[in-house]
Design a protein around this ligand. Structure first.
Ligand SMILES: Nc1nc2c(ncn2[C@@H]2O[C@H](COP(=O)(O)OP(=O)(O)OP(=O)(O)O)[C@@H](O)[C@H]2O)c(=O)[nH]1
Length: 360
């Protein structure tokens, strides 16, 4: 995982963004449930700890806070579809909880001893938020909001406290908790990204696997509007023979080399995947059938003209491929397109291999 991927989700792929937000939404829902139960349930503790005058006010504040958090539960189902909803819900949660903290502390303005639960609440909140796999930039924003809220509360309740050592003490503690929160969040983000890559990448070529490709294809079709897109499905010729005659290590080397050539030929606009054993697929957005055929031919020539060296130093071999090409539109049925391109590839094999065939 690269450093910039820890920093901001703008460096994540759109598919991982959705995966992460779905994960955050589930954890967020559990967090809100826990907070609603905890905040309302704490009334029992307050009943024991507080004097009746304080208790009369506090139990209502707790119930109102719990009620205000409740809409976040159904909203968390929408959040998994949209990052903006997720961010808005998170800040709504922070707003409610920090206001609860402010009003709770304000209720002790008469000098009554403040129970530890009220003083420690912002730190407790930071600890709870560490369950969300947020990038560092988002974690810093959350920490900043909590710190400013603590400073604002201090200022509002007791202007002098901003100038004494106790404030420094609180800031130091906030910094420690914030760093711990960001550290745990980044660790979770890393774990999630590693698992995501393991489950969506082919371990040999590092290209995306069939499952992720199908999701990308559905998305690309939705985005294509009235522009055509092209699919190229290709398969290495007589690959079994390469394995049998030169060994599996050589077979693996050929697959890796072809994957590299694919990246070089098609560039960042194309979506490339290993579709099966020695079968690869390419999705080209905004591309007509004629353009797709030309690009498939370029690939075929490139692979043919670059012999692959045996990793054990036992000479080199020439590899060829056969390809099928089909053009799709936003209203095409994907399963039909995949069948057509598969048929075209089969025709290319029947026509003698090492050639490109358009779908009928
Ligand atoms: N080395 C290696 N071989 C693989 C891998 N995945 C699949 N294969 C082999 O790919 C071969 C595919 O053979 P076939 O499906 O018979 O096709 P082919 O020999 O390429 O023949 P045509 O497709 O008709 O040209 C099988 O021998 C598989 O074992 C892999 O990851 N590494």
């Amino acid at each position: 995982m690269e450093l910039k991927e820890y920093w901001s989700d703008s460096y994540h792929s759109s598919d991982f963004k959705l995966t992460r937000i779905g994960f955050v939404a589930i954890r967020f829902r559990w967090l809100v449930t826990l907070l609603i139960i905890g905040i309302a349930g704490w009334i029992a503790v307050d009943w024991w700890v507080l004097d009746p005058a304080h208790f009369q006010l506090i139990w209502k504040i707790r119930l109102i806070t719990g009620a205000m958090l409740t809409p976040l539960l159904p909203l968390s189902y929408l959040c998994k579809l949209n990052r903006r909803w997720m961010v808005a819900s998170l800040y709504f949660l922070l707003g409610i909880l920090l206001t609860f903290n402010l009003v709770g502390l304000w209720s002790f303005r008469d000098g009554a001893p403040i129970p530890i639960g009220y003083v420690a609440f912002p730190y407790f909140l930071l600890a709870l938020l560490s369950v969300l796999p947020l990038p560092v930039k988002s974690g810093l924003r959350v920490a900043l909001v909590v710190t400013l809220a603590v400073l604002g509360t201090d200022y509002w309740l007791d202007r002098h406290s901003l100038h004494n050592g106790a404030l420094l003490d609180r800031l130091w503690l906030l910094l420690c908790f914030s760093l711990a929160m960001i550290w745990v969040q980044a660790g979770q983000l890393r774990m999630l990204l590693d698992l995501y890559r393991e489950s969506t990448r082919d371990p040999l070529t590092r290209l995306m696997n069939r499952r992720l490709f199908m999701r990308q294809l559905e998305q690309a079709q939705r985005d294509s509007r009235h522009q055509p897109f092209t699919l190229i499905l290709f398969d290495l010729d007589r690959f079994k023979r390469i394995n049998d005659e030169h060994g599996h290590l050589m077979g693996d080397e050929v697959l890796v080399r072809v994957a590299t050539t694919l990246g070089d030929i098609f560039g960042p606009d194309a979506t490339l995947a290993r579709f099966g054993g020695e079968e690869f697929i390419v999705l080209l957005p905004n591309t007509t059938l004629e353009q797709g055929l030309r690009r498939a031919e370029t690939l075929r020539l490139a692979v043919e003209s670059q012999p692959v060296e045996n990793p054990l130093g036992e000479g080199e071999i020439t590899v060829t491929l056969s390809a099928g090409v089909v053009e799709g539109r936003h209203d095409s049925k994907l399963q039909v397109l995949l069948n057509q391109v598969d048929e075209a590839l089969y025709d290319a094999k029947r026509n003698g291999r090492n050639c490109v065939q358009a779908a009928a």
